[in-house]
Design a protein around this ligand. Structure first.
Ligand code: E4P
Length: 222
């Protein structure tokens, strides 16, 4: 499973890249707004950081359009796509988004169809040629629906019909979501930096390490 980081914070992206685990980046308008920076400038900076990430190739960077109408999405998406070769145009799972997805896929511009909340949206965007689909797990859990069922349903539909669109599990809030996505066969998980750090923390690793060091120091007095 590929691992993307879900942030527009450059320092977090650099830290994850230095760990050698990063395959790509997702952003969204809320994450950009949180950073308070110029959108295009930040996208260019992010693309540079992931030029040679874990895969050795430039990692995909999802750049979401703000426009909600077809023409606006095409205009903005084309502008994003000129920033770098690893930009993936992120479009919403709406009728206009679907049409824009088809236009971009005819132009060989990769797309990520976001805000996917039910399996038929994923089927439709795959038919329109999406490179990635982003089912949002946490936001379904927030309204008492099992987000993980969505991942499993899309996995089954894509496998039934050999659809090549990659499932990018999004809205991951904690390590349990992350491991369940891997078990359910998501192709990619996009994860906040906090969760990347959390998965490497285990009390037995910490206590085991402390004991190794203490035993060695006791024996050799260092
Ligand atoms: C995905 O691309 C989104 O940016 C993200 O995963 C949304 O997560 P949230 O529901 O925690 O805001």
């Amino acid at each position: 499973m590929d691992l993307y980081i879900d942030t527009a914070n450059l320092d977090e992206i650099k830290q994850a890249a230095d760990m050698g685990v990063l395959d790509g980046v997702t952003t969204n308008p809320s994450l950009i707004a949180k950073e308070g920076v110029d959108y295009s400038t930040r996208l260019a900076e992010i693309c540079k950081v992931v030029e040679g990430c874990a895969t050795g190739a430039p990692g995909p960077v999802s750049a979401e359009v703000i426009a909600t109408d077809y023409e606006g999405m095409i205009k903005e998406g084309r502008r994003h796509a000129t920033i770098a070769g690893n930009i993936v145009v992120k479009l919403p799972c709406t009728l206009d988004g679907l049409k824009a997805c088809k236009t971009f896929s005819d132009e060989n511009v990769p797309t990520n169809l976001t805000l996917c909340f039910q399996p038929l949206q994923a089927l439709m965007v795959a038919k329109a040629g999406a490179f990635l689909v982003s089912p949002f797990i946490g936001r379904l859990d927030d309204i008492a629906q099992d987000g993980m069922e969505l991942i499993a349903g899309i996995r089954q539909i894509y496998d039934n019909f050999g659809l090549p669109t990659k499932i990018l599990a999004a809205s991951i809030r904690h390590p349990l979501h992350f491991v369940q996505c891997a078990l359910a066969g998501a192709d990619v998980a996009t994860v906040p930096f906090k969760v990347i750090r959390q998965v490497m923390q285990h009390p037995l690793t910490e206590s085991g390490l402390e004991k190794f060091v203490a035993d060695y120091n006791k024996a050799f007095g260092t």
